[in-house]
Design a protein around this ligand. Structure first.
Ligand code: PEP
Length: 259
């Protein structure tokens, strides 16, 4: 089944609004043929920089993503941002369940599910992050952990699969995020194939159409080998997405055509 490659840069807590504007321009300059590319590309600036990034994207072929969201549409939740607020800012994708959210900010499986549900109900797309810690991998629990996070995150999607076409799953082994230690292409493929099988078992063809990104120290030097795996449909890129030339090379590695 043909799936459109998708690369998203997660800028984390890097970049003021002015810096975000500049980086968007640099990325668009580094990818002059992006509008003809087969690969879809998004960037996820910090919340305060979304509007500046949108301004710099203008009508350019870059999608805007947010790094987090609150499940409620509005209310007394000081410091939080809702789906309708993100939608109004032109955001298309929301990263949900990133391991930093899970480990540093207490995002449980239940909260991740509520966020995915809210994103889909609000008409946006979710990038659901799943992945095991080093201890879990060493203990032989990788697939159990990933299956649990996947099932929990997508629990709100019924048998009909409504909304599944707006779900992307990012497999991000925690031990590979920001560590410089990348999963081998074979390790990534093994988990991606299992995620694919879980999705197909539950939803059939719509499950097979879900795009699966790999994340964890993706760099220009390893992107092509990772993206060549049959079940790796692109990447969620942290550190390397902050440098336009590196990010552009990673996008090119996902694109059979011009980028
Ligand atoms: C991430 O934050 O999602 C990520 C994969 O980071 P890095 O590429 O820096 O490992």
């Amino acid at each position: 089944m043909a799936r459109r490659p998708f690369v998203c840069g997660n800028w984390k807590m890097h970049g003021t609004p002015s810096e975000a504007r500049k980086l968007v321009r640099q990325i668009l300059d580094a990818l002059p043929n992006l509008s003809e590319s087969t690969t879809e590309v998004a960037v996820a600036p910090a919340a305060c920089a979304l509007d500046a990034a949108r301004e710099a994207i203008a009508d350019g072929p870059l999608a805007l993503a947010a790094q987090n969201v609150h499940p409620d549409p509005s209310g007394a939740f000081t410091g939080e941002i809702s789906v309708p607020m993100l939608a109004d800012l032109g955001v298309r994708y929301v990263i949900v369940g990133h391991s930093e959210r899970r480990s540093l900010f207490g995002d449980s499986d239940a909260l991740v599910r509520a966020k995915v549900d809210a994103v889909l109900a609000g008409g946006l797309s979710a990038i659901l992050c799943v992945g095991e810690s080093l201890r879990e991998r060493d203990g032989g629990f990788t697939l159990n952990v990933v299956r649990r996070q996947l099932a929990a995150g997508l629990e709100g999607i019924g048998r009909s699969g409504a909304g599944l076409d707006r779900v992307v799953v990012a497999y991000e082994p925690v031990w590979a995020i920001g560590t410089g230690r990348t999963a081998t292409p074979e390790q990534a493929q093994e988990v991606h194939a299992d995620i694919r099988a879980q999705l197909a078992e539950r939803w059939g063809d719509p499950g097979l159409a879900v795009r699966l990104q790999y994340g964890g120290s993706v760099k220009p030097s390893n992107a092509a080998d990772l993206f060549a795996q049959p079940d790796v449909d692109g990447g969620l890129v942290g550190g390397a997405s902050l440098k336009a030339s590196d990010f552009a090379q990673i996008v090119a590695a996902a694109s059979p055509g011009p980028a």
